[in-house]
Design a protein around this ligand. Sequence first.
Ligand code: ATP
Ligand code: MG
Length: 662
Amino acid sequence: MSDETLSNLLHEERRFEPPAELAAHANLQAEAYDRAAADPEAFWAEQARRLDWAEEWTQVLDWSNPPFAKWFVGGRLNAAHNCVDRHVEAGRGDKVALHFVGEPLDPETSGTRDITYAELKDLVCQAANALTDLGVQAGDRVAIYMPMIPEAVVAMLACARIGAPHTVVFGGFSSDALASRLTDCQAKVVVTADGGYRRGTASALKPAVDEARTKTGPEHTVEKVLVVRRTGQEVDWDDAVDVWWHDTVEQASTEHEAQAFDAEHPLYVMYTSGTTGKPKGILHTTGGYLTGAAYTHWAVFDLKPDDVYWCTADIGWVTGHSYIVYGPLANGVTQVLYEGTPDSPERGRWWQIIEEKQVSIFYTAPTAIRSFMKQGREIPDRHDMSSLRILGSVGEPINPEAYVWYRHVVGGDRTPVVDTWWQTETGAIMISPLPGVTAGKPGSAMTAIPGISAEVVDDQGRPVPDGSGGLLVVTAPWPSMLRTIWGDDERYVDTYWSRFPATDERGAYYFAGDGAKKDSDGDLWVLGRVDDVMNVSGHRLSTTEIESALVSHPKVAEAAVVGAKDEDTGQAVCAFVILREEAGDGGADIVEELRNHVRKEIGPIAKPRQVMIVPELPKTRSGKIMRRLLRDVAEDREVGDVTTLADSSVMDLISSGLSKGA
Ligand code: ATP
Ligand code: MG
């Protein structure tokens, strides 16, 4: 992005200082930035000591064969021991690990219960024994395709315990998506459930596993399917393959000796969201990953022993891996695990859970925040959420208006908001405010956290000056970095390391496709995917900035902007907008009003050629807007691949609404 990039965001003048009390007792203080920069390896060694190691490493980082990193070389540890056993051994076995809240309100079927660390340890040991009995050995892959129930967490930790890398596939995915992942990672066992609950009804999961097994074809590797009975619905059964959880895991011994694995032993393969194309199987290993997850969860959320933490992600995404399972449990936290959706059985469900469980740290996605903005503040206002002290955001850039609404309405203006930038590939949070140190700016992810080196560079890899935009890169290896793309080292090098190869002056930079801008203070604003940047009459415009301008209009809840081919300007700005409920249909002049609003907020060049009012936007299952599909609509093309779309009817809704309006 050139300096001509519009500087709307740089005009953001609101600042939110950390609360004095929080700042005084913050886990990390400002000095940590300099300390980490002066000696990153010593800093990371210090963070790795948060964990229990069966054998300490002999070398912090081996970067002799970039971009293939080895962290904590020679160290040995067990991830499940670190997430469970050691808390029990330290006398904290009675502490609640999971406040599980099942979706049905009926206590008979919901399974809602508290699980202590001691209970979790027994469950994980039982599952580890059962998986071993099913023939799973260290190195074998186990797929997990489950609803958000405690058994999903147990299954992940049991795999970690026996050194079998897991690959969790989001329970909302189709049998095709499951089949392609089973084939790609050659899974030996699938752990699933008969079904899960969604909006009050039981929906089946097991049939998709049965279908996927037939679809994997000749490369078929699945030997056993381990099934949790969750809903009690009918399932087809193949005695040669299927086994019930309650017949195996629940009958197994609670004694299991956790063996230590090499720090670089594979922990899991996680496929990316698929926002930009075909998902990539990202490999994370044990020691560095767990260090990164535990450290960032402790530092970025300023975790204290009495906190009640809740991350609303699904375990089918990396956020669920790092910030429900590995980070929080390694830190011995008490957390909420919720099976249901935000708005069922009523729209205030989340706020009710926060009130009831006294949640103090809450981590969610901008898409959820914007949907609550759309509904209006009366709903959260009905609940006492004074237990909250820190709010987090992840998944997309958070529009400044959504940030301020989140802080104000959900956080009662007391809570810092940490906007956390990271990716499946980075394993852990990379860029974020520190809640006790940073004066937050709405919409800015601020700076790389201590230990991480990030930069905004031009096409040649030179840092851009403050006040301009470019490509977001990580300039030094970090412990929780991906090690490769599963089974495809070449694609790993090509995808992430070939854009900025090493030069005489510097090593290679990691680049994974996001653009960013440095403001006049040098703080970072992530501008979204480089692929989404538009070129209008020679000006490079970021979709994020125009979307944020639209969301700052009081009638707008959500906006997605794309560049569509235009004969005069090269590309033209096309906006898709969801109105807030209180705005009704927005009035006859709403389109002009919004076009002019963007013009006023940013400048004439950014004024949308078209504004389309739509009921919904196409999103991935993890809630990210899929702009490439909107580009197809704006350019009047047939809509592309929709397999990772959360709701495939959304595109029809948009197209039919538009043709009616036209
Ligand atoms: P794919 O790589 O398959 O297209 P994806 O990039 O959506 O999918 P994830 O790894 O789940 O898969 O998402 C990481 C991306 O999400 C980042 O590269 C960035 O574009 C976006 N993102 C995440 N957090 C933030 C944030 N706090 N601010 C801005 N963007 C964010
Ligand atoms: Mg990505």
